[in-house]
Design a protein around this ligand. Structure first.
Ligand code: F6R
Length: 633
């Protein structure tokens, strides 16, 4: 949600910033901009535009020489305060009393911006837009007084002491041509230590092309990054140095860590879209996720991240699994898994609800945060709330080094590789695989027999190959979609483990193709939504063989009797289902134990949403109004 990239070093900044923005564009794409310091006291060159990074790039390319400089900040926006206009695009500018200019990019929200704006207007600052970030740029400029030893670093510290809200910022000033200041609270920010340069970005994908050595800033920390020509007498022509402090100017030591990401993982590799790439790489992603974790010989699950608390887990009294969006759907399946396999009471709740409703946390409660990014603001705050109340916190997170992974007591990484497509696909399957392994891990320590767990592990290990079989139906799904893509209302229905799959199928369809879709338990339809069904309305049933198969068939009958058009996800070899829908409208999945079925039944629904979005002419990797990693409330 908003992408920041900043650079200080011995290369030209602008082209490098644009390259970084392209990698971060999935975080927001309403508008984009960059600012470059043209040299000591040479002013700042600013370029901003509404729309995608490509629009900014074209504008920059027309006058590239203006943007020559080795220090700059850039931003791709997902609008919160203020409309999508050029004035509200970042970077934002502030004028200092000494006649210099400050430029600032920001990810987050400044909650007390109205009060600060009033104060700054009283001090003579003229505002050109409505963005909360503009207030911050002007506040830094207002506080900047080098003649009183308040340099850019100090001005940023002082400004942040006045701010409530969330921020990751990068700030430059034309009086300090080799200094980049950045800071964070609540929104992610990573600093890359490259050769003779620092590259700062909202996430690792914009850093990995330059370096794998990084520092993760923590909340309320400020980094001062300097890179410039060495003093006379030095053997090195260029010198770099950094320091980090709190916003109260207390020095903090930083640990440099190594990124577990390589450039290849974030390239399209011949696919037309990241989403399709990520759907297609699910078999391999799950294999990687499970590698070394399934001990088939001994019939046990090995989760290194939980080893230190395995005894506590076995004695757990309650689990609360939380997340948002797709991660919430995974959490719902996690609830079923945990209760069935570990026989421990488990609740699943939207993180955004949990954090504000005074939940009861008793002794022995474990709170599990499920998140691809590990940065989602609602989930992070729910986690903090739960810890504050004494819960043990666990993370089921994909991004290594993310805030959640650092703030939880323990956890298990998804290990499915970076997910760039805004709509979550492979991370969802990764979350299911990890939650399944966690449930088996705890269950084995309580009552699951070696034989039962052995059988489930063998089935789990076979899932990646079964997903490959499902993926072969992509063209068939495309053909089916062609016949119904003009319909504007859809239902997705399932029972048991496939009920959250119905929710996920509906979410994928609506967020990508902008078709209105609702997911619900199949039985719930009769309690109201059945009124929606009219001639030809597409109703997708997850109708795999299992305990509730007959009940699902009854629900299918009810829809069919009212003229609905059935699309079924059904088990291979099930001929009975053919009575209710045309052959083209049945997507097959191989047989699997019920708790593992979502790992298969989700896949045709991902492809369905993908093809529907394409056929409706939408950008599947950048659906309108959305951004990956929602770091605001
Ligand atoms: C939907 C989607 C979102 C995310 C949600 C949580 O396709 O991607 O619903 O699942 O915003 O994000 P994470 O998992 O990063 O916490």
């Amino acid at each position: 949600m908003c992408g920041i990239v900043a650079y200080v070093g011995n290369k030209s900044a602008a082209a490098l910033l644009i390259e970084g923005l392209k990698r971060l564009e999935y975080r927001g794409y309403d508008s984009a901009g960059l600012a470059v310091v043209r040299g000591q006291d040479q002013g700042i060159a600013l370029c901003r535009s509404v729309g995608r990074v490509s629009v900014l790039e074209a504008r920059y390319a027309k006058d590239a020489a203006i943007y020559e400089g080795q220090l700059g900040v850039a931003h791709t926006r997902w609008a919160t305060h203020g409309k999508v206009t050029e004035e509200n695009a970042h970077p934002h500018i502030g004028a200092t009393r000494s006649g210099h200019t400050v430029a600032l990019v920001h990810n987050g929200t400044i909650e007390n911006y109205a009060t600060l704006r009033k104060y700054l207007e009283g001090r003579g600052h003229q505002f050109y837009g409505q963005s909360d970030t503009e207030v911050l740029a002007k506040l830094v400029a207002e506080l900047y007084e080098p003649q009183k030893n308040i340099d850019l670093e100090r001005a940023v510290q002082l400004a942040l002491q006045e701010v409530t809200g969330a921020y990751a910022i990068a700030v430059i000033c034309d009086r300090e041509a080799h200094t980049l200041i950045c800071a964070r609270k609540g929104s992610p920010l990573t600093i890359g230590l490259a050769d003779n340069a620092y590259v700062v970005a909202s996430d690792q994908s914009a850093i990995v092309a330059h370096t794998t050595q990084v520092i993760h800033l923590n909340d309320y920390q400020v980094a001062r990054l300097c890179a410039g020509p060495s003093d006379h007498g030095s053997n090195e022509p260029w010198s770099i140095d950094f320091r980090t402090t709190t916003i109260d100017n207390v020095t903090v030591e930083q640990q440099v860590t190594e990124l577990e990401l390589d450039l290849q993982q974030i390239e399209l590799a011949g696919y037309p879209h990241y989403m399709l790439k990520e759907i297609m790489e699910q078999p391999e992603a799950l294999r990687t996720s499970m590698t070394g974790r399934l001990d088939l010989r001994e019939g046990r699950v090995v989760l290194g991240g939980l080893t230190n608390m395995s005894r506590d887990l076995a004695r757990a009294r309650k689990f609360i699994i939380t997340g948002q969006g797709t991660a919430y759907h995974a959490a719902l399946i996690g609830e079923y898994l945990m209760e069935e396999m570990a026989r421990i009471p488990c609740e699943c709740e939207y993180a955004s609800e949990f954090r504000y409703r005074n939940p009861v946390i008793e002794e022995g409660t474990f709170v599990v945060a499920v998140s691809q990014s590990g940065e989602t603001s609602d989930t992070l705050e729910a986690l903090r709330e739960a810890r504050e109340r004494g819960a043990v916190s666990l993370g089921v997170v994909n991004v290594v080094g993310s805030t959640m992974s650092r703030e939880t007591d323990a956890g298990v990484y998804l290990r499915v590789g970076p997910e760039i497509g805004v709509a979550s696909t492979k991370a969802f399957l990764g979350q299911l695989a990890v939650l399944t392994m966690m449930a088996l891990y705890v269950g084995r320590r309580r009552h699951l027999s070696q034989q039962t767990i052995g059988e489930l592990l063998t089935e789990l290990a076979a899932i990646p190959d079964k997903i490959s079989q499902v993926l072969k139906q992509s063209e068939k799904i495309q053909a089916c979609v062609e016949k119904v893509v003009d319909r504007n209302n859809w239902l997705f229905l399932g029972r048991g483990y496939n009920y959250p799959v119905a929710l996920e199928g509906a979410l994928k369809l609506k967020e990508l193709s902008y078709i209105h879709a609702e997911g619900m338990p199949a039985a719930e339809m009769k309690h109201g939504p059945i009124a929606l069904i009219d001639e030809g309305m597409p109703v997708v049933f997850i109708a795999t063989q299992g305990n509730q198969y007959d009940k699902v068939i009854s629900n299918i009958e009810e829809v069919k009797a009212r003229g609905g058009r059935i699309i079924a996800v059904a088990t291979e070899g099930d001929q009975h289902i053919e009575r209710y829908c045309e052959g083209d409208f049945i997507f097959r999945v191989p047989h699997a134990a019920e708790p593992l079925q979502p790992l298969l039944t989700t896949v045709p629904l991902q492809l369905l949403a993908y093809h529907a979005a394409l056929q409706r002419g939408h950008d599947v990797d950048k659906p309108r109004n959305l951004a990956k990693s929602v770091t605001v409330e």
